[in-house]
Ligand binder design. Structure first.
Ligand code: CAA
Ligand code: FAD
Length: 382
């Protein structure tokens, strides 16, 4: 087993680190406070090849592997987890689905500009009454000639306001339950398609989240992704990869928290010495380091399996479950090590905690990851 990253991996990691530290960091605090979408940074990420990292160059992507994507996601999320989620949705939810199941027409029209970062994508599965219980879709699509009429509401959609193209899941045959769900590509500006207000969130505030409203929204037959009735397969298989992206986002937050805690402990003095000399603080740092290392290894393992085309459902859910827990724990410990200073904006660690919490909720809550893992474990023992 070789734990060394390749020369190419190291270069990508370095490029992402430089972009994050030099370009994203200066505005991260203000964008969090003002809940401001990072238009210029997203454009720059497109130019640097971070918006379609795993898409083949044939479709204007960077043609890189999932390990590279994880390394870039960690570096970017270390500085700004909002940028991380914007990037992750475009890469692992939207571009992935289009490349895997899109027609030539869809790849040319939608995938190419998304992979270049010229356009932004969103993935709309959740609804007001169908989050974890994703098969329970209320949004419907009814065929009329060669067009489909979509009606319904999607909830909590990342990039919902700023996206150009949306993957929208709708029930096309209620009797067939999840086998009657279909995925549609919907363009911004399509009549009958609007969005709700921007949510005022606890964390990842620089990313936008909103509901999407469909009132007799007509889309052409050619905008069906894959086939009628295959939408739930698209959603589940896409989310397996998406969970690796969110695990990487969580690792980034956990690492930022750990670094901030180490640095602060070496400068803060109490009882005549730096607090890093106190064993109680050292034990916290040791636990944070061990947990971070384990989270990164699980995440890289899931990416490695995906790159090798080995079943990664359980590995992805495991990586997300564990890394999101570590992100929350490390950010809490970072605040503890900062004492009162950790509780105010100036020292950044309070943002890490606010950003960390969502990684235990979206792309399947921790409870859902446990369901996925348990089902896979039980299958292996059949
Ligand atoms: N990979 C592939 N297929 C899967 C799968 C997986 N991880 N999980 C379930 N499936 C398949 C099953 O094999 C089954 O297919 P068949 O009938 O063809 O065999 C089908 O999906 C239905 O599965 P179940 O019978 O197990 O359905 P269920 O209702 O009992 O459970 C669930 C399904 C796993 C809980 C699923 O609903 C789920 O994953 N829920 C969480 C939804 C989620 O993650 N939403 C994220 C929204 S996107 C987002 O959040 C983006 C963001 O924030 C940035
Ligand atoms: P519920 O499903 O109502 O869950 C409530 C609680 O019950 C949770 O603790 C859950 O774990 C638990 N629970 C539910 N079922 C079970 C069970 N069977 N066993 C044990 N516990 C259970 N969705 C998208 O489609 N696209 C996006 O881009 C997107 N972005 C998001 C961005 C943000 C900021 C947020 C907050 C959400 C986003 N989501 C998105 C939605 C997200 O995926 C859902 O919030 C999530 O899947 C949980 O669904 P829910 O909120 O309806 O909670």
């Amino acid at each position: 087993m070789d734990f060394n990253l390749t020369e190419e991996h190291l270069l990508i990691q370095q490029a992402a680190r430089e972009f994050a530290e030099n370009e994203a960091a200066p505005s991260a605090v203000d964008r969090d406070i003002n809940a401001e979408f990072p238009h210029d940074l997203v454009k720059k990420m497109g130019e640097l090849g971070f918006m379609g990292m795993m898409v083949s160059p044939e479709y204007d992507g960077s043609g890189l592997d999932t390990v590279s994507y994880v390394l870039a996601m960690i570096e970017i999320s270390k500085v700004d987890a909002s940028l991380g989620v914007i990037m992750s949705v475009n890469n692992s939810l939207v571009c992935y689905g289009l490349e895997e199941w899109g027609s030539d027409y869809q790849k040319e029209k939608y995938l190419k500009p998304l992979a270049r970062g010229d356009k932004l994508g969103a993935f709309a599965l959740s609804e007001p009454e169908a989050g974890s219980d994703a098969t329970h879709q209320h949004t419907s699509a009814v065929k009329k000639g060669d067009r489909w009429i979509i009606n319904g509401v999607k909830n909590w959609i990342t990039n919902g306001i700023n996206a150009d193209y949306y993957l929208v899941f709708a029930q096309t045959d209620r009797v067939k339950r999840h086998k009657g769900i279909t995925c549609f590509i919907v363009e911004k500006g399509t009549p009958g398609f609007t969005h709700g207000k921007k949510e005022d969130k606890l964390g990842i505030r620089s990313s936008d989240t909103c509901s999407l409203l469909f009132e007799n929204c007509e889309v052409p037959e050619e905008n069906i992704l894959w086939e009628v009735g295959k939408g739930f397969n698209v959603a589940m298989n896409t989310l397996n990869g998406g969970r690796i992206g969110i695990a990487a986002q969580a690792c980034g937050i956990a690492e930022a928290s750990f670094s901030a805690a180490v640095k602060y402990s070496k400068t803060r003095k109490a009882f005549g010495t730096e607090i890093s000399n106190l064993q109680a603080i050292q034990f916290k740092l040791a636990d944070m380091s061990v947990n971070l290392e384990a989270a990164k290894l699980l995440t890289l393992k899931a990416a490695f399996l995906k790159d090798k085309h080995i079943d990664y459902i359980e590995a992805a859910a495991t990586a997300k479950l564990y890394s999101s827990k570590v992100a929350v724990e490390n950010s809490l410990e970072a605040i503890q090590i900062h004492g009162g200073y950790g509780y105010v904006r100036e020292y950044l660690v309070e943002r890490y905690l606010r950003d960390a919490k969502i990684t235990e909720i979206y792309e399947g809550t921790s409870e859902i990851q446990r369901i996925v893992i348990a089902r896979e474990i039980l299958k292996h023992f059949e």
